[in-house]
Design a protein around this ligand. Structure first.
Ligand SMILES: N[C@@H](CCC(=O)N[C@@H](CS)C(=O)NCC(=O)O)C(=O)O
Length: 202
């Protein structure tokens, strides 16, 4: 049985969402999003930086949300959520899948650090403003591509599990402006998916 090491309101939600979309059985090790749990010796033995998600599958233990998504699709998928390599959608699928951690999450991390994680006296308005502008710029092409489709490559795919989740988080942080109507609609479509709702309630 797959075992997911998880904390609420984190990227680990992506993996629960994927598992729910694929209707795969799994065990959840639900930790608090707190150093007491994440930086414990027990969790650092799974992830050297004490982060989530981490997936165990028998003898296999793997971290990095994108790698975990690919691992599950390759070893456990029950069909779908990824176009065939020779499909015209495949390059876009790869691009948006990796755009998430490559372009959207770095400024979002900075925003979370300077609005939530650091004590108020250590927060830096200049760094925060810069990250907010960067995130807005990074979301602009996502808004553009969603102008004529419901999901990033048309059909719902694992690229939406990655980047859709990042759009949902950005929106929740108040970082998606009202002008980005396509991203706003996209987030609403994602929020309406039963598997997503189940994952967010985990
Ligand atoms: N690139 C990694 C990022 C993992 C990561 O930073 N996870 C956050 C939760 S969203 C975490 O565990 N943070 C705890 C900490 O930094 O102490 C991935 O996609 O899995």
């Amino acid at each position: 049985m797959l075992k997911l090491h998880f904390a609420p309101n984190s990227r680990a939600g992506r993996i629960v969402w994927l598992l729910e979309e694929l209707e795969l059985p799994y065990d959840l090790n639900r930790m608090d999003f707190h150093p007491r749990d994440l930086k414990s010796d027990e969790h650092r033995a799974r992830h050297p930086l004490g982060r989530v998600p981490v997936l165990d599958d028998g003898d296999v233990s793997i971290y990095e949300s994108g790698a975990i998504v690919e691992y599950i699709l390759e070893r456990h998928k029950k069909g779908g959520l990824k176009p065939a390599v020779d499909s015209p959608q495949f390059p876009d699928y790869l691009q948006w899948f990796h755009y998430c951690e490559g372009m959207v999450m770095p400024p979002m991390n900075t925003i979370v650090v300077h609005t939530i994680l650091l004590p108020p006296e250590r927060r830096d308005e200049t760094v925060l403003g810069q990250a907010q502008r960067l995130l807005t710029r990074a979301l602009a092409p996502v808004d553009e591509t969603l102008a004529d489709k419901d999901y990033l490559i048309g059909d719902f795919s694992a690229a939406d599990i990655m980047l859709g989740h990042a759009c949902f988080m950005s929106n929740r942080l108040g970082c998606v402006s009202d002008e980005m109507t396509h991203v706003k609609d996209y987030v609403r479509r994602i929020e309406a998916r039963p598997a997503f709702q189940k994952a967010m309630a985990s």
